[in-house]
Design a protein around this ligand. Sequence first.
Ligand SMILES: C[S@@+](CC[C@H](N)C(=O)[O-])C[C@H]1O[C@@H](n2cnc3c(N)ncnc32)[C@H](O)[C@@H]1O
Length: 257
Amino acid sequence: MYDETLRSQKTLIRCEDGSHTLFSQEFDEPYHSTKDGALHESLEKHVKPALALSQEKQKLTILDICFGLGYNTFATLYIIKKLNLSTKVHILSPEFDEGLVRSLDTFDFPSQFDSIKHIIYAISKNLYYEDEQFKIEILLGDARKSIPTLQEKIDIIYQDAFSPAHNPMLWTREWFSDIRAKCHDDAILTTYSTAAAIRLGLYENGFFIFVHRAEMMRYSTVASLKMLAGLEYIDMELKKIRNVEARSMRDGEYIQK
Ligand SMILES: C[S@@+](CC[C@H](N)C(=O)[O-])C[C@H]1O[C@@H](n2cnc3c(N)ncnc32)[C@H](O)[C@@H]1O
């Protein structure tokens, strides 16, 4: 299904916001939108909307799908430190590319991550970090296997896998069902995907769907298990009437490209 022989083949790319990402030969895709920028995309599509919508919580458990270069995890710590928030954060992040995580201590991250270099170093060495405020665990192996075994209840999901066309296993209705089963009833999910099939997969698992807009960024999706005020709501029943062909992605229907 996945071509492990290509896993180590990656090329460094500089994004338009100046931050660096990689191009994966295995998935034939960059890890981030080079136009939106690795750091900018992480902050604007995932971290800022998710934290803003969860600001009343003192403790957050976050599922970062998947770890990759760790931008979403590191940007979360960066923003919490920058805003001097006391929120306790536990991040769980599946990743099957151990070599990539272990290489991150030498990756050319943006200067915004300078204050958390010791955390990046610890994760690359131990795949784990813990202090009084933050706990980060890399769940080494296939996310389809690790998610159903989680004991924790999740507040936030960063759904940031390679695209549905290139990594369909992490976008199906069954995948979102596994995630839903681990969520608190007010969980928030952020994703760059705005595709009808992906929104339907979330909707069929009880998520309300919203458009998220940020400056200098293509719009993205916020999904929530409770109705949210102040966001642009998408009526998925209406979408289904207007687009009768639209269908969620399903396990077993895709061969990994
Ligand atoms: C688009 S990248 C994630 C980018 C990441 N959020 C970041 O900020 O760098 C997708 C990651 O998913 C990992 N991956 C793909 N399929 C997986 C699976 N079934 N289980 C675990 N990791 C997987 C890939 O190795 C890759 O690192």
